[in-house]
Design a protein around this ligand. Structure first.
Ligand SMILES: Nc1ncnc2c1ncn2[C@@H]1O[C@H](COP(=O)(O)OP(=O)(O)OP(=O)(O)O)[C@@H](O)[C@H]1O
Length: 314
């Protein structure tokens, strides 16, 4: 899978750039800048997002990973146009989500973005078969029968469900249902696909299949894909994973391909942490554990980096 990831990402980038007319691919398809969301209930304020920064390029496949209560659903609800932020910048595909008219919001939700929810019941209609589920959004948007059928055929092929087209969702496995949901979400050709814990109810092997489908549609259609999850293992399925903590982006893992000494391509994983205005940063848990860092650590300033060592002399 690892080698494929690099090739798939290249293709996704090319397709996404072609889709954007070659223009401005890196200007940020999704931009959150200082995003704030405060909920008020019974006079108590809950700061769900406290200045979240995030830039996602066109054609990226990104995971936002965070523990329960970190603000993941809040970000997703804002980006999908369901909720309005309190302050900051939230822009997706040129739409300013803080200042949308009701009409533009509807157009945004119908045409620009697609969704896959964790609960399969929210994604699929049980009394329609797989093909009809995928055709329905096209028909509702005014597309003809033939166009709907052609689109459904193409998408079911991409997510590996061409041979399940006549089944109803009840006769599909959990993973197949979620792959079908991916096809449904893409039926109206959105620029961005959001998935909220799409593999939350699946075992590891089945979850990997769903991620395989997400990588394929990302690469073949150039659609920008953002997956929100509490599952840290998902970082291994995507090129970039951003950690969110207490309503802020806290760290991220980027995986890049490099030629090894024997000429084969190997994936290098790099961790990025966010340094706040006061110079504080949180070290990734895996780093802390690997060196059993505790309490006081030793910092040294090198010409081009800062080293962090266990506090006691070894
Ligand atoms: N409608 C609301 N009213 C009040 N507080 C809310 C509301 N929605 C979320 N919160 C609070 O905002 C914070 C972030 O919640 P959010 O649901 O975005 O987190 P999450 O990372 O998606 O968690 P989970 O994985 O459990 O869904 C939490 O402290 C939560 O209690």
């Amino acid at each position: 899978m690892t080698e494929d990831l690099a090739a798939l990402e290249r293709r996704a980038g090319e397709r996404a750039a072609a889709r954007a007319g070659g223009a401005d691919r890196l200007a940020g398809h999704i931009v959150c800048d200082g995003l704030v969301r405060i909920y008020k209930t019974d006079g108590v304020e809950v700061v769900a997002l406290q200045g979240l920064d995030l830039v996602v390029d066109r054609g990226e496949l990104l995971a936002i990973v965070g523990a329960s209560g970190s603000g993941k659903s809040t970000v997703l609800n804002i980006l999908s146009g369901l909720d309005v932020p309190t302050a900051g910048v939230a822009r997706v595909a040129g739409y300013d989500l803080l200042n949308l008219s009701a009409k533009s919001r509807l157009a945004y939700r119908r045409r620009t973005v697609g969704f896959v929810w964790q609960q399969t019941a929210r994604n699929l209609l049980p009394y329609l078969d797989v093909r009809e589920n995928v055709e329905l959004p096209v028909r509702l948007a005014g597309g003809g029968r033939r166009a709907a059928r052609a689109r459904a055929g193409e998408l079911l092929e991409l997510v590996g469900l061409a041979d399940r087209a006549d089944r109803r969702p009840g006769r599909l496995s959990g993973g197949e249902q979620q792959r079908c949901a991916v096809a449904v979400a893409l039926s109206n050709d959105p620029e961005v696909l959001f998935a909220d814990e799409p593999t939350g109810e699946l075992d590891e092997a089945t979850a990997a299949e769903v991620f395989g489908a997400l990588r394929t549609v990302n690469a073949e259609l150039g659609v920008t894909v953002v997956v929100v999850t509490h599952d840290r293992n998902v970082a291994g399925e995507v090129r970039r994973a951003v950690a969110i903590r207490d309503g802020r982006t806290a760290a991220e893992v980027r995986r890049s391909a490099r030629r090894g000494t024997d000429g084969t391509e190997e994936l290098v994983s790099e961790e990025y942490a966010v340094l706040d205005r006061n110079g504080r940063l949180q070290l990734p848990a895996a780093f802390v554990e690997a060196l059993t860092l505790r309490d006081r650590v030793r910092l040294t300033l090198e010409p081009d980096h800062v080293a962090v060592r266990p506090g006691e002399e070894r």
